[in-house]
Design a protein around this ligand. Structure first.
Ligand SMILES: Cc1cc2nc3c(=O)[nH]c(=O)nc-3n(C[C@H](O)[C@H](O)[C@H](O)COP(=O)(O)OP(=O)(O)OC[C@H]3O[C@@H](n4cnc5c(N)ncnc54)[C@H](O)[C@@H]3O)c2cc1C
Length: 448
């Protein structure tokens, strides 16, 4: 099946599988691909549609929960996508190896699996001529000020760039140029190896017998059904996974949540904006270890930016209208676990004082760089804080063991919910590595 071709469902032919995977984001898609490649019969359930109107505002609003306005009770926006491929459909295509603390503090060594993913997805920094003029200017300005910025590793196939450009800011609406890897690519491979994909099919419960998972209950088009398997892998993402675990009787799921809070700091540049540059083509990690802060270049699509600008005030709204000249710097921080996800999928999450201090510090650095790069003082504004990586709700060591198994035998979790701390970095390589490692464990062929 070619990239861009609709992923076909193969409706209920059988009821029994060796493995059922719930959710087709990077965690679930990897497990499905690896296990079906190893010869297992796999059913992959996906609640969302296989949306095809990528690169459009209606498409993005349809894929993102509540059109991108899903919020915690305290009003923090949390981004989560319900569509084949999960949040990778709208992600920025940045890559990072798993954090060293995952092994040091939690005993989970993903190095071999992450290196395999890195090679498989041909991760690399963009050549200088594809970084984008505005982003390069930010990097050069920052480095002239004494900071340490560098090109970021990306999961982008530069052969698909058209006239030296990818989708730029509109990557966040879904990539149309085909350069960005998404979990849909792995789903396609999984289907090629024999995985049965049922999209628009929600898992509504885990079926257990004598403390073991034996299957799932589903709902599709108003019709309930049951499927059975020797092993069930829950990969529904940071917010839905604890809901299903709680329903299955694992009460401690959903206690605590991290989101990698993010703000975008904008400025109007006399040299031209960054909306056509690849997202996050340059970054700095220099404050990661010491302060839990990362910065990189990123600008939202036009409509979201204007919305952010108007929300920040009249003057910012006017600056945002000059979109073509806007440059954006993303500030992402490592937040403290706080709040909960309840059995209905509602989230309580507020920033702590320490989180706010980090955001303030990151924002200050971003503003200094924007000023030094020529942006007018009066044009500077920041977006509201958002959480693009809801995770840590079923952490390793508390809800799942190091093999990702829950207290219910044969029920595993493989998605961002198992992160034991906020990653504060691109999550996808870590998730793929977790999926590869779990597949190795389930086939008895890999270490764990
Ligand atoms: C705007 C944005 C930019 C990002 N940029 C980057 C980046 O550059 N690099 C990076 O590495 N990461 C990035 N991320 C983060 C990354 O995309 C996510 O952390 C990652 O996709 C999480 O993967 P997951 O498998 O845990 O879950 P998800 O991607 O959330 O996938 C879960 C899937 O399960 C499905 N599902 C949910 N409930 C059910 C159910 N009951 N039954 C069946 N299916 C269900 C959902 O529809 C979804 O498809 C970004 C995220 C966002 C939102």
């Amino acid at each position: 099946m070619k990239k861009g071709q609709k992923l076909k469902d193969n409706r209920t032919v059988r009821k029994e599988y060796q493995v059922i995977v719930i959710g087709s984001g990077p965690g679930g898609a990897t497990v499905a691909k690896e296990l079906s490649r190893a010869g297992k019969s796999v059913l992959l359930l996906e609640k969302g549609k296989d949306h095809q109107n990528l690169g459009t505002y209606p498409g993005a609003f349809a894929m993102l929960d509540k059109g991108g306005f899903f919020k915690s009770r305290e009003g923090l926006t949390l981004l989560k996508a319900t569509t084949t491929g999960g949040a990778t459909t709208v992600y920025s295509g940045s890559a990072a190896m798993p954090p060293e603390w995952l092994k040091a503090r939690h005993g989970v060594d993903l190095t071999r699996f992450a290196q395999e993913a890195w090679t498989e997805l041909k991760v690399g920094v963009l050549p200088d001529h594809l970084i984008g003029d505005a982003s390069r200017r930010i990097m050069d300005t920052a480095n002239a000020m004494g900071y340490a910025w560098e090109p970021s590793p990306k999961i982008l196939d530069t052969r698909k760039f058209k006239n030296g450009k990818c989708c730029g800011a509109n990557t966040s609406l879904g990539c149309t140029c085909g350069a960005k890897w998404t979990a849909r690519d792995y789903i396609r491979e999984a289907v090629g190896y024999g995985t049965r994909l049922l999209s628009e099919t929600e898992c509504t419960g885990i079926v257990t017998e004598n403390g073991r998972a034996v299957g799932v209950e589903t709902l599709s088009g108003g019709v309930s059904d049951r499927f059975y398997a020797e092993t069930v892998v829950l990969s529904a993402g940071g917010i839905p996974s604890p809901v299903l675990l709680k329903k299955a009787g694992i009460e401690e799921a959903g206690a605590g949540c991290v989101i990698d809070p993010t703000v975008l700091v904008y400025g109007e540049s006399p040299h031209g904006g960054s909306s056509t540059d690849p997202l996050v083509s340059v970054v700095t990690w220099e404050f990661y270890e010491s302060h839990g802060i990362r910065l990189g270049t990123l600008i939202d699509p036009w409509l979201m930016t204007v919305f952010n600008g108007v929300k920040a005030g009249v003057r910012s709204g006017i600056s945002a209208m000059k979109y073509r000249n806007l440059v954006g710097i993303l500030v992402k921080i490592k937040d403290e676990p706080a709040g909960w996800v309840n059995g209905e999928g509602q989230v309580s999450k507020a920033l702590t004082d320490s989180d706010i201090q980090k955001i303030t510090m990151g924002r200050g650095i971003a503003e200094d760089i924007l000023r030094a790069s020529g942006c007018r003082e009066k044009s500077l504004f920041a977006s509201p804080v958002k959480g693009a990586h809801p995770s840590g709700t079923c952490p390793i060591g508390r809800v799942v063991n190091r093999n990702l198994e829950t207290a219910i035998a044969n029920l595993y979790v493989c998605d961002a919910s198992v992160f034991p701390e906020a990653l504060d970095r691109p999550t996808v390589i870590t998730l793929i590595a977790l999926g590869k490692r779990l597949a190795g464990h389930l086939t008895g062929g890999g270490d764990s």
